[in-house]
Design a binder for this molecule. Structure first.
Ligand SMILES: Nc1ncnc2c1ncn2[C@@H]1O[C@H](COP(=O)(O)OP(=O)(O)O)[C@@H](O)[C@H]1O
Ligand SMILES: [Mg+2]
Length: 348
């Protein structure tokens, strides 16, 4: 699909096509993200869920080109932002985009904030990097930004250092920095995981509010489907480096298909239940060096697995409008009971 002038207006802001990202371990590359494709529309909030180690962060670091140098590498696929293939951009070109058109916030703000500089200095640095305005104007803007993310005494906070703030306040500062240049896309990688439940809810509400007022798209990464239900439009479920299900939020919650999604949903804490009763999914996500070469990567943990699941690699198939899953149970091209290697079902 090429974006011509006629369709350009409606084109998604971000298109990830068949992304393969690998890590060099003992001289060989092993893929942590394997053939991931999805679109993010303008102003849309797309949730990405999956247990720890499923490739959520690697996928977002790939989009930002922030993979550890010399170790992590985009090995295939395309990442198109506003019609341009940014996976081929040089560092210099990416620097112009990062923080301006696409921003990212991380789980632990202390790792992204510099302890030796004031909050104000760090926000102003982002602004001055991308815009030709005076330091005085940048200071005024950072105070306004801090106010907009709900930080009280913003005039005073700009003079303070990160360690003087609480975790929730630091995350607000990170959000202020991320939205300083009004990016069109924000990637939020587990932005509330390190915070207590009340603060989590406030930060999610803040993100939703900013998304609406700034017409920004968000990729919200979390291991918690409950968070997704709060604010997302669409959801991508990742398992072991692949997308196993994708749907609108309503469709996913009303009509989950993949057994993995089902188990993740059972792991959402409910107000009425004891936390101890929470279902946990037995077993572990395979490590990048131990990925099954054929078949479904979830098969050995799946309560619904059939013998074929070990030999036939499931592809993402439509199961309803705006709903796909990669599971042989829902694959119409896979007649029940038949065992054969399906064409095109290859992974390396
Ligand atoms: N620097 C690295 N070197 C080798 N493997 C890595 C590195 N970073 C991440 N990985 C591996 O990539 C896989 C996906 O990790 P990650 O994207 O961080 O998972 P998630 O964010 O979903 O918890 C994991 O198996 C992880 O061990
Ligand atoms: Mg992560």
């Amino acid at each position: 699909m090429s974006a011509n002038n006629f369709t350009a207006k409606k084109a998604p802001i971000l298109q990830v096509k068949n992304l393969q990202t690998g890590f060099k371990i003992d001289g060989d590359y092993y893929n942590a993200v394997e053939g991931v494709s999805f679109d993010v529309d303008r102003k849309q909030i797309v949730g990405v869920v999956g247990e720890s180690g499923c490739g959520k962060s690697v996928m977002s670091l790939s989009i930002m080109q922030l993979l550890p140098q010399g170790i992590g590498k985009i090995r295939g696929g395309e990442i198109t932002f506003e019609g341009e293939n940014i996976s081929e951009f040089s560092d210099k070109k990416m620097n112009q985009i990062r923080g301006k058109d696409i921003s990212m916030i991380f789980q632990e703000p202390m790792t992204s904030l510099n302890p030796v500089f004031t909050i104000g200095y760090q926000i102003e640095e982002v602004i001055l990097n991308h815009e030709k305005i005076s330091k005085k104007e940048a200071r005024l803007r950072s105070v306004a930004l801090l106010k907009s993310v709900g930080i009280p005494r913003a005039e005073k906070i700009v003079e303070e250092y990160p360690h003087q703030l609480s975790g929730g306040m630091r995350q607000r500062v990170m959000i202020a920095m991320a939205i300083a240049c009004q990016p069109k896309l924000l990637i939020a990688d587990e932005p509330t995981t390190a915070l207590d439940v009340t603060v989590q809810a406030q930060i999610l509400e803040l993100l939703k509010g900013i998304q609406e007022s700034n017409d920004m798209a968000i990729i919200l990464i979390t291991h918690d489907l409950g968070v997704v239900a709060e604010i997302c439009d669409e959801v991508i479920v990742m398992y072991a480096g692949k997308i196993v299900e994708r749907a609108s939020v309503d469709e996913l919650f009303n009509n989950p298909k993949h057994p993995y999604t089902d188990l993740l949903m059972k792991a959402i804490p409910k107000m009425t239940e004891d936390v101890e009763k929470l279902a946990t999914i037995e077993g572990l996500v395979p490590s990048v060096i131990n990925m099954p070469q054929v078949g479904c990567r979830f098969a050995n943990r799946c309560p619904a697995a059939m013998p074929e699941c070990l030999t036939v690699t499931p592809m993402l198939n439509d199961v309803a409008s705006n709903h796909q899953t990669a599971c042989l149970l829902y694959d119409s091209s896979w007649p029940e009971g038949e065992t054969r290697q399906r064409e095109g079902a290859t992974i390396q």
